[in-house]
Design a protein around this ligand. Structure first.
Ligand SMILES: [Zn+2]
Length: 320
């Protein structure tokens, strides 16, 4: 089932405490990683730069005060709390396991957790949290109404943070990977001079290396370059990414299908366990990583603009 809003609502008090502990929670080894800090930060920074004024106002009104109006500063939060008992049910929301070697995604076939609960995967979560936030949009988004909204079954702050994070995750190709290797988590390879998991290369290593080599170790410089690439490429490219063919607010099944195709074409290709991956792999996969960061950011902005923009008919992104 998709509707786990009740869990989010009941944990609202805990969440205030948890949000303050973001940086204190140890990261334990697990089934699946996620875009690391840089990947999520980049996705959310790109999205924030594309938010319409009314959307930005609504987003900021949902953020806790200590975020200082920065959505990107809290985009990693769902990873920080996913192993805590109250949030353990959210763990499978970060990825989708698809049948080995099929290179396809099917919501009915693939979107469930280990207990068989339907909708508990990244795609179902994006639909669920988008749907929750739609209810906020219908109530308006001034501060007094928000306070009233917090008394309902939904915690809209958490919904915003989960949505922002998971739109990032679903764009990491190995987050829609094969079941038996946990999206490349059990595939051990050599990355230049050290051993690591194939999944980790896509979460962190490619971004880290690019940042060090080309962007003076600065994520914001890398994000600026990615943004420039979107705008230089053509506005239509961003517009194309942002649209859902069925007219829905979000279309995560499309993102997931793209993801598993890229996983097969690029991530898994020539990267069997024991492979030595270096320049050839890095240089040919970096454009995919940068493009998926851009797509994640553009689409997150489009979803939030569709949710919160005063003129719902005006879905066009503004490239600043
Ligand atoms: Zn994640």
């Amino acid at each position: 089932m998709v509707g786990h809003g009740g869990h989010v609502g009941r944990t609202s008090v805990i969440s205030v405490l948890v949000l303050g502990l973001v940086l204190c929670v140890a990261t334990l080894p697990g089934r699946a990683g996620a875009w690391g800090f840089d990947g999520h930060h980049a996705t959310c920074l790109i999205a924030e730069s594309l938010l319409q004024p009314a959307t930005l106002k609504a987003v900021r009104s949902l953020l806790p005060e200590y975020a200082n109006g920065s959505l990107a500063s809290l985009c990693l939060w769902p990873d920080e709390i996913k192993r805590m008992p109250n949030y353990h049910w959210t763990y499978p929301l970060h990825y989708i396991d698809t049948p080995d070697l099929l290179c396809s995604y099917d919501y009915e076939r693939d979107c469930y957790d280990e207990h068989g609960n339907k909708g508990l995967c990244a795609s179902g979560a994006i639909n669920n949290f988008t749907s929750q936030l739609t209810k906020l949009q219908l109530q308006g988004h001034s501060r007094p109404l928000l306070r009233k909204a917090h008394e309902t079954e939904h915690n809209f702050t958490e919904a915003l943070l989960f949505l922002s994070h998971i739109v990032g995750d679903i764009h990491q190709p190995l987050h829609v990977g094969f079941t038996s290797d946990g999206g490349g988590n059990t595939v051990l390879v050599e990355w230049y001079t050290h051993k690591t998991r194939l999944h980790h290369i896509w979460d962190d290593e490619i971004i880290e290396r690019a940042k060090d080599l080309y962007y003076n170790k600065s994520l914001s410089t890398m994000v600026d370059a990615i943004m420039l690439n979107i705008t230089n490429n053509s506005v239509d490219q961003g517009q194309l990414w942002s649209e859902c063919s069925n007219g829905e607010i979000a279309c995560p099944d499309t993102y997931a299908t793209e993801g598993v195709n890229l996983a097969c074409q690029y991530a898994y290709r020539n990267a069997a366990a024991g492979s030595i991956l270096a320049d050839e792999y890095f240089l040919s996969r970096l454009p995919i990583v940068e493009s998926r960061l851009a797509q994640g950011g553009v689409r997150l902005a489009a979803i939030l603009n569709r949710l919160f923009s005063a003129k719902r008919s005006s879905h066009r992104l503004t490239f600043l």
